[in-house]
Design a protein around this ligand. Structure first.
Ligand SMILES: Nc1ncnc2c1ncn2[C@@H]1O[C@H](COP(=O)(O)OP(=O)(O)OP(=O)(O)O)[C@@H](O)[C@H]1O
Length: 668
């Protein structure tokens, strides 16, 4: 998308006042326009800038700017693009007598946009020596909402049509093929003579119609081998609009008044189209191109496939401030309009075939290369993620299982302790009863000890576990011990260090529980019981957390699996789609190749036929030459015979004459 380029040009002041009636003269008022490079603002001479009357554009020119500068800044680039295959339009818009025709046509001393553009087109074409060009021109006007051909007097009231391949076009419009700028200038002169001008109070030579000068530029590459057999067709429109006018100022009546009404109406529709196009896309709605012939013909230039430059002309005099403000508002809205220009190419069969082959190649590469690799990578990554989460799930499940076991052990332990508490509260003093305090393991082995108690006991002598056990036993075993499992000491005795410690501890602890008073045992057991309960709660909480983690992981796993199958489906459908495209292109390619080979065969057959005919022609020519020779010989014979006959006739005549004479003599 590309914004329309908008420039504003102020003509020098008081030009018209000097030429025409006093109605249009400015006079020294108290307001004036201040012109900078890209901004124009209305000032109160005494009070400074007037709010809401400042406008910014791509370019702003004051009365000192000549046509050369306007063309160089606003249009030259556009011409380059048009020769390169883009559509282009430049038009002048503004109130009557503000300098539109002067800007587009110019004068002998300072030619305007049209003659400069024509020269530039031919210069640029000459420089592009790798292409061949065909240029056609036409010149039309829209007068009182009717289209006239300015290059011929017959082409009046032409109609607008629309077709798929030509778009919007004026049927019956004369198009001249041209080879030089001079040829175009002659046609322009003819067109100017046919154009409608009229005198008003504002302008001695006021355009009473909108004129559209059009150049159609076709080009093709000279080197046809490198896919260059595409033909570019671009259209350049150079438009000089009629100016909006206030009847009170122009003093128009009769024919002029009628013309003025048509001019104002079509300019209003142009304004509506620009307004609509300048609105935000969603609110825009219907664009009323069809409301006037001007907007219909200029449709591609207004929000369509063209590069467009608008030169808004304005009068600097204070008397025209309202009209100038209107022009600047139109220009501001036009600045918001975007076009979408692209090179216009028509493909020949061979170019189409070549392009399609390239497209097939690209598609094939995409399929085999980056795209499928990318998809495979995504699938691989998803698989990896899934595998990781499965491992994590297994690990958590194992942890959960451990926790469950631990909880069960703790619960069992707690039950035992509660039982012990109950017994101690009944003040068991009997040493046999006291045996109940021991674990089944310790019971089976008299004077054995309960390793699990050691961690909770304040008394280090009760601990059967050495502090540096982690370097002689497994981590898992250490954990189990510390969490209060009843330890099988035979296991600990598997390592030499431990063996030594355990024998030491055995000595110590074998007597200790028996020496402890029952109350102390009860207190200690109560404490242990509380601690165990806490442990149990913590373990439950951990268990719940692990279960939650497990659920989350399961969900994650599920969603990953879903994602995986979705992306597989997507990849499959993409591959199928690309395959279908590829098949389609292949079929088209085959059909085109078939067409090409049959046209080649046809061309070959025609060439052979031509050769045969040429042979026959040669034989016929030879026969003809021989016949001519015969005729020449016969003619010579005939001439000879004619001479002989003539001499015989003369001789006979002489003989007859002499006979007649001798007869006469005889008779006498
Ligand atoms: N920049 C300029 N420099 C010198 N003369 C100018 C300039 N602009 C306009 N003029 C002169 O002002 C007069 C009116 O200009 P022109 O005919 O171009 O106006 P217009 O906008 O085409 O008017 P209309 O809409 O009535 O056809 C002409 O005599 C023209 O030569």
């Amino acid at each position: 998308m590309e914004k329309i380029s908008v420039a504003v040009r102020f003509r020098p002041p008081n030009l018209v006042a000097a030429n025409t009636s006093p109605a249009s003269s400015g006079g020294g008022g108290d307001r004036e326009w201040r012109i900078d490079d890209t901004r124009v603002s209305l000032l109160h001479r005494a009070a400074g800038p007037i709010t809401g009357a400042s406008f910014a554009f791509d370019h702003v020119f004051d009365g000192a700017a000549n046509n050369e500068r306007i063309y160089g800044t606003v249009v030259r680039e556009l011409i380059g693009a048009v020769v390169g295959g883009f559509n282009g339009t430049a038009f002048a818009y503004g109130q009557t007598s503000s300098g539109k025709t002067f800007t587009m046509n110019g004068s002998d001393a300072d030619p305007g946009i049209i003659p400069r553009a024509v020269r530039d087109v031919f210069d640029t074409v000459r420089q592009a020596d790798d292409r061949e060009f065909l240029i056609r021109v036409s010149y039309m006007e829209i007068y009182n909402e009717e289209i006239n051909d300015l290059l011929t007097l017959e082409g009046q009231k032409l109609k607008i049509h629309e077709s798929l391949d030509r778009g919007v076009y004026v049927s019956g419009l004369r198009e001249e093929i041209v080879n030089s700028a001079e040829q175009v200038f002659e046609l322009l002169q003819l067109g100017e003579a046919n154009r409608h001008f009229g005198e008003t109070n504002m302008n001695m030579r006021s355009s009473r119609s909108h004129t559209i000068f059009r150049m159609v530029i076709e080009s093709s590459g000279k080197d046809q081998t490198d896919g260059g057999d595409a033909i570019r067709v671009s259209v350049l429109n150079l438009v000089d609009l009629a100016g909006s006018e206030r009847i009170i100022k122009t003093g128009a009546e009769g024919v002029r008044l009628n013309e003025g009404k048509y001019i104002n109406k079509s300019l209003m529709i142009l304004g509506n189209v620009i307004n609509k196009l300048s609105e935000n896309g969603k609110q825009r709605g219907h664009i009323p191109y069809r409301d006037s012939k001007l907007t219909r013909i200029l449709q591609p230039a207004l929000g369509g496939n063209a590069k467009t430059s608008i030169i808004c002309t304005a009068a600097p005099e204070e008397i025209h401030i309202e009209e100038t403000r209107g022009t600047l508002q139109f220009a501001s809205r036009a600045k918001c309009v975007s076009n979408c220009a692209q090179v216009n190419e028509i493909l020949t069969d061979a170019a189409l075939l070549k392009r399609q082959k390239l497209e097939i190649e690209e598609l094939r590469k995409k399929l085999q290369g980056s795209h499928s690799e990318g998809l495979e990578q995504v699938v691989l990554k998803l698989r990896n993620d899934m595998h990781k989460s499965e491992l994590e799930r297994d690990r958590l499940a194992m942890e959960l299982e451990d926790e469950r076991k631990l909880r069960m052990t703790l619960e069992q332990h707690l039950t035992e302790q509660q039982k012990l508490e109950a017994i101690s509260s009944d003040h068991f003093t009997d040493s046999i009863q006291l045996d109940l305090l021991k674990t089944p393991d310790s019971k089976s082995v008299p004077d054995g000890f309960v390793a699990c108690r050691s961690r909770y006991s304040q008394d280090v002598e009760f601990s059967p576990i050495p502090e540096n056990l982690d370097n002689i036993a497994e981590e898992d075993l250490w954990t189990r011990l510390n969490k209060g499992c009843v330890t099988d000491l035979d296991m600990l005795e598997m390592t030499p260090n431990l063996k030594r410690e355990s024998s030491f501890l055995q000595e110590k602890s074998s007597a200790a529980p028996l020496e402890e008073p029952t109350n102390a045992i009860c207190q200690r057991l109560a404490k242990e019981c509380i601690y165990d309960q806490q442990q149990l709660e913590e373990s439950k909480a951990r268990c719940a957390n692990l279960e939650k983690d497990c659920d989350v992981l399961r969900d994650e796993n599920l969603s990953l699996q879903q994602e995986l199958s979705e992306s597989k489906l997507e990849a499959d459908s993409l591959v199928a789609e690309k395959q279908a495209q590829l098949d389609d292109l292949r079929m088209r390619c085959v059909a085109l190749e078939r067409d090409l080979s049959s046209s080649r065969q046809e061309a070959h057959r025609l060439a052979t036929e031509k050769q045969e005919l040429a042979g026959q022609l040669g034989t016929e020519r030879q026969k003809m030459d021989e016949l001519k020779q015969d005729i020449r010989v016969i003619c010579g014979d005939l001439l000879q015979r004619e001479g002989q006959l003539t001499s015989i006739y003369t001789k006979s005549k002489a003989i007859i004459e002499s006979c007649k004479a001798s007869q006469v003599a005889t008779l006498l």
